[in-house]
Write a protein that binds this ligand. Structure first.
Ligand SMILES: Cc1cc2nc3c(=O)[nH]c(=O)nc-3n(C[C@H](O)[C@H](O)[C@H](O)COP(=O)(O)OP(=O)(O)OC[C@H]3O[C@@H](n4cnc5c(N)ncnc54)[C@H](O)[C@@H]3O)c2cc1C
Length: 416
């Protein structure tokens, strides 16, 4: 069976596919979303949306419903348990630049629900239970091979966006390399119903290999719908099976919040941790965005935020092409701006965040916390710190990239 559509087809109803679809619809471009699952992605992974992203989301009416359950987080806490040092940094200094100078905490499944509800009011068609198997292209169109209801069919479209996550079938179909590396250690995510934030808040706890991060995540719809997340590392020698033992999760929780009885654990998951960027974000009539284009370790919450930035960079450029106002060069510019910026900022900063928490050298740890403490009363230095942290610098850098910029991005190797 063959369907020919005069619409942009987006593969993946995850947060990036949905927000890209909304930005395209608002620019007058009709969209079809092809999603393997029965509904939009319900994963509770991303948590924090940073000030530049919030301003973008506000412009398309996304921020108000997201804020219904979201918690505006003004302070980020860093501590060093061995040194007994603790500092809380006020992000509101970003009001110099952004309308929303806080990070909004809201579970990713609420984000996708908001996107879905907004898209139901737009010229957006959803094809659920449609798994993309392959894509081929000619000068005029892309042909998707899709599995639906036990059978294969073809969907033809003038432009296809791969927003289908880290294992992207679209990226693989074009043999686009996913350059970078995977860390030997994995991350353990324990979500529970004990409110550890009473004592620790959203806190990056440096402690060598015993580093931790805690964060309280509202995911809606009700006030009781939240989890407390504890993130910590898993030594490369520990098997997945042993890392998932309930006793291990309980001991990590009790080390933070002593308790005679067990903490009520909601889920315990393991994530592999990668730093990877696709070799190109544009291949003919196929474009990549979000995790299909780049992935990074989650320390500092930059993955989905950078996917949101992809969406807002790509949508106006593709809309111009769609309306016949421009040639396709802006799509090459999208590739260059977002890909090079990902290597130069998102990959670098997420590695810095990871290394700061894991540092074992006491002198370096003392220097790191001393530096962070020096920011408390220095508004200019704190502004500079949060511009990098919340990805404002990365957007400024991307905006300055033109087609004259070298197409090759510098790659980074895994730190020794
Ligand atoms: C533990 C953890 C915490 C994180 N915290 C943060 C954070 O605080 N802030 C932040 O910015 N980022 C964070 N991230 C990263 C963030 O979760 C991802 O960047 C984000 O989910 C990427 O969205 P996406 O839409 O690109 O891909 P996904 O969320 O992976 O969605 C992809 C969609 O495509 C669909 N799909 C896949 N294959 C096919 C196919 N063949 N055919 C059709 N559909 C398909 C999937 O079903 C899914 O719906 C975190 C990640 C992890 C693991």
């Amino acid at each position: 069976m063959l369907t020919k559509t005069e619409r942009v087809v987006i593969c993946g109803a995850g947060p990036v596919g949905l927000v890209t679809a909304l930005a395209l619809c608002r620019a007058g471009v009709p969209v079809t979303i092809v999603e393997a699952d029965a509904t939009v992605c319900g994963d509770l992974r991303a948590v924090a949306y940073h000030p530049p992203s919030l301003d973008m989301l506000e412009d398309i009416g996304f921020l108000e419903p997201l804020s219904e359950i979201g918690y505006p987080q003004r302070y980020v806490r860093f501590s060093d348990r061995l040194l007994g040092e603790d500092v809380q940094l006020d992000m509101e200094v970003l009001a110099r630049r952004y309308r929303n100078p806080v990070s909004l905490l809201a579970g990713q499944q609420w984000f996708t629900q908001v996107g879905y509800q907004l898209l139901l009011q737009e010229d957006c068609e959803f094809l659920f239970d449609h798994r993309v198997l392959d894509a081929t292209q000619t000068d005029d169109e892309v042909v998707l091979t899709v599995f639906e209801n036990g059978a294969q069919k073809e969907i033809r479209a003038p432009w296809v966006l791969g927003c289908d996550g880290a294992s992207s079938a679209i990226r693989r179909s074009q043999s686009i390399e996913f350059e970078g590396y995977t860390w030997p250690e994995r991350f353990l995510m324990i979500d529970c119903k004990t409110d550890l934030s009473v004592r620790y808040g959203t806190n990056f706890m440096a402690d060598g290999p015993d580093w931790k991060l805690t964060i309280r995540i509202p995911y809606g719809p009700g006030p009781d719908d939240w989890v407390q997340r504890l993130v910590s590392g898993i030594h490369p020698d520990l098997s997945d099976e042993d890392a998932l033992r309930p006793e291990l999760a309980q001991s990590r929780l009790k080390a933070l919040m002593p308790s005679e009885s067990d903490h009520p654990i909601v889920s315990t998951r393991i994530y592999k941790v990668h730093q990877r960027v696709a070799k190109t974000f544009r291949y003919g009539r196929i474009l990549l965005a979000g995790d299909a284009a780049h992935i990074n370790n989650p320390m500092g919450g930059q993955g989905l935020n950078s996917g949101i930035h992809d969406a807002f960079n790509l949508a106006p450029k593709l809309a111009g092409v769609w309306r016949g106002e421009t040639g396709t060069e802006p799509l090459d510019l999208y590739d260059r701006q977002r890909r090079i910026t990902n290597w130069e900022f998102i990959q670098r900063v997420s590695v810095e965040n990871k290394m700061r928490n894991e540092e074992t050298d006491i002198a370096k740890r003392r220097a790191a916390i001393t530096y962070l403490k020096s920011l408390v009363d220095d508004d200019d230095a704190r502004f500079a710190f949060f511009m990098r942290w919340s990805m404002g610098d990365s957007l400024d850098y991307a905006a300055d990239i033109t087609l004259d910029h070298p197409a090759e991005a510098p790659r980074h190797a895994m730190p020794a």
